[in-house]
Write a protein that binds this ligand. Structure first.
Ligand SMILES: CC(C)(COP(=O)(O)OP(=O)(O)OC[C@H]1O[C@@H](n2cnc3c(N)ncnc32)[C@H](O)[C@@H]1OP(=O)(O)O)[C@@H](O)C(=O)NCCC(=O)NCCS
Length: 333
């Protein structure tokens, strides 16, 4: 079963409300219509109702029955502004500023999720990653027991001998440029959760990647990965996680057996944790462009799910990201 089929089947089990702040963006409107028609989620579109209706007409999308909310005219705006002010006043946000902020659909959408009026949020067909992430980081914050928001790429590789029937989870490739050892440990634990929740990998095997395997090289960068491995073991002793190890030791059974004998992960890893964002971002693009894998990104570690789109996304990409968000929301129930 592909990741898409997996999340589609899961989403139907308990239908979630997902808010789409870019509610008048044509691909978003088409995706919302598709999701509502198939009863996979309850989409909520933010924006001026007339503009949303006219976009729906232009793209031939039936949005009858889909809730559209105009943040500028919403009766809930003042309650959201009050709540935002309470959450951010220590950071210097005034009530006036909060009142302005909630007129912005991104902030309004994040407050809907924060206060439970929606179960998750998807944005980024227009906004940059940073503009999408900042309100979520500031207001929704990390989930209890976690200290860092990061991302995973779900990589579906043509070579089905790799990972879990060709599925590999790569982390972090989008958010944290230069993680500390502690942040790397939390990233690893979040990636294992993503593998379980979104890929149906019941036993994630997490490899902490480096240019060294089990002390074969000595360098401060290697020491950081060793420390992250130690901390991750402390935080999640039940998790099959090992490191530091090179990519071939993580994926190839013979190399794993020779370089890391007795490791519960080496040779059979299905979750790869990269030491920093440069390695992770380059790694996923190499797998995609040279290895022919399909790549799909999600955020992890937030108290409630919010996901980012690429600005070049298709309608199907938005549908898939909304479904992943709904399944992440189910896992929070
Ligand atoms: C994620 C990112 C946007 C954060 O932006 P930023 O301007 O650095 O944000 P700030 O440092 O002002 O932090 C804003 C808030 O988010 C929190 N925060 C930032 N990064 C966080 C993270 N990874 N996890 C949890 N909280 C985080 C900060 O603690 C801060 O909280 P506070 O305001 O309550 O004190 C930034 O790290 C970034 O640009 N990452 C790379 C994204 C990128 O370009 N990716 C390219 C690949 S597509």
């Amino acid at each position: 079963m592909s990741i898409f089929e997996h999340v589609k089947a899961k989403a139907r089990e308990c239908v979630k409300r997902i808010v789409l702040p870019e509610g008048d963006e044509p691909r978003t409107v088409q995706a919302a219509a598709k999701l509502a028609q198939e009863k996979l989620v309850i989409p909520i579109l933010l924006g001026g109702p007339e503009r949303i209706q006219s976009v729906a007409k232009e793209v031939g999308a039936d949005i009858s029955g889909i809730e559209c909310i105009d943040p500028k005219a919403s009766p809930k705006a003042s309650a959201y502004a009050e709540a935002l002010y309470e959450l951010r006043k220590a950071k210097g946000v005034t009530l006036e500023a909060a009142t302005q902020l909630v007129q912005d659909p991104m902030y309004y959408g994040v407050m809907m999720v924060k206060l439970g009026d929606a179960d998750g949020l998807v944005s980024g067909a227009v906004h940059s990653t940073g503009d999408m992430l900042r309100p979520a980081l500031q207001l929704i914050k990390t989930k209890p027991g976690n200290k860092v928001v990061s991302s995973s790429f779900l990589m579906d590789c043509p070579n089905k001998n790799l990972g879990h029937n060709g599925l590999l989870v790569y982390s972090d490739c989008v958010v944290v440029p230069c993680p500390t050892a502690e942040e790397l440990a939390y990233i690893a634990i979040s990636a294992a959760e993503t593998a379980r929740v979104l890929c149906g990998i019941e036993e994630p095997k997490v490899a902490m990647l480096s240019f060294s395997t089990k002390g074969s090289a000595k360098h401060e960068l290697v020491s950081k990965v060793q420390e992250a491995t130690r901390l991750a073991h402390e935080l999640a002793p039940e998790l099959a996680l090992d490191g530091e190890m090179q990519l071939d030791a993580a994926l190839v059974p013979e190399v794993g057996a020779s370089k890391a004998p007795g490791s519960p992960v080496a040779g059979h890893a299905n979750v790869l944790v990269f030491p920093d964002l440069q390695a992770g971002n380059i790694g996923y693009k190499m797998t995609q462009r040279i290895g022919g894998a399909t790549a799909f990104a999600v955020l992890q570690g937030l108290a409630k799910p919010c996901n980012d789109l690429s600005r070049g996304c298709s309608v199907d990409d938005i549908v898939a990201t909304v479904l992943c968000t709904a399944v992440q929301a189910q896992a929070r129930d």
